[in-house]
Design a protein around this ligand. Structure first.
Ligand code: CA
Length: 236
């Protein structure tokens, strides 16, 4: 509170170093934070560490296409609301339609000027509600501080393991919706991790136990046959 707004962070996924350097240089000079990656795998790893405000993804990448990366982000509930701009040398209408059809928010064709790119980034960011909880998320007295990794219920600090913390953060950012165990695995453990579904139940149980002190365990409902829902209006 009261601190200056952190700059918007752009995750750049571009394998050609001269282009990546040029993008990073221009974006940093325009006041953006930049995370530079050269492959889809690297982008997915960095996404787990740091949630960007926007992803700028090249069409042609060595380990998957920009289209595939866009599709996989859109399928993952943890990342599906991060805006994506696709960068490509292809200029045909078909390709644009395919790019937008996978869920990219905008599309920019090489060569482009830094000014044009930044104008598009700002336009996309303007129409995207900020879902970035670098600050504290609070629901009915339960507060999660993503920056310091602390969770409090009223004045009391709760002790959560790292997985329970990530689970709770996901639920607090995505309330009032039912998530299946496999959706939770994708969102909390990552796309390419093999986790048995009953492992989710184990961590849910631990999370409920940690929340029970402040009575917030009742917010985490089991939806029979479907999964789990976090809702501040749960009463049972
Ligand atoms: Ca490329």
């Amino acid at each position: 509170m009261g601190a200056p707004m952190p700059p918007h962070t752009i995750l750049v996924v571009e394998d050609e170093k001269p282009i990546r350097d040029m993008l990073a240089f221009g974006l940093k000079r325009a006041g953006f934070g930049v995370i530079e990656t050269a492959t889809c795998n690297e982008a997915l790893e960095r996404l787990e560490e740091n949630r960007p405000d926007l992803v700028l993804v090249d069409w042609m990448l060595p380990d998957c296409s920009g289209l595939e990366l866009t599709e996989s982000l859109r399928r993952n509930p943890a990342y599906s609301d991060i805006p994506i701009i696709m960068v490509t040398a292809r200029a045909t209408e078909d390709d644009k339609v395919r790019g937008l059809g996978t869920g990219a928010d905008d599309y920019i064709t090489k060569p482009f000027s830094q000014r044009e790119l930044q104008a598009r980034i700002r336009a996309v960011l303007r129409r995207t509600p900020a879902a970035i909880p670098d600050e504290v998320i609070e629901i009915a007295g339960l507060a999660l501080d993503a920056a310091s990794h602390r969770v409090t219920a009223g004045d009391e600090e709760l002790s959560l393991g790292p997985t329970e913390f990530r689970l709770l953060k996901f639920f607090m950012m995505h309330t009032e919706r039912v998530y299946s165990r496999s959706q939770l695995i994708d969102a909390v453990w990552g796309n390419n991790v093999y986790i048995e579904e009953r492992t989710v139940d184990v961590h849910i149980r631990r999370l409920r136990k940690a929340l029970a002190g402040g009575g917030h365990d009742r917010f985490l409902a089991t939806v029979r046959g479907s999964g789990y829902r976090f809702s501040a209006s749960e009463s049972s």
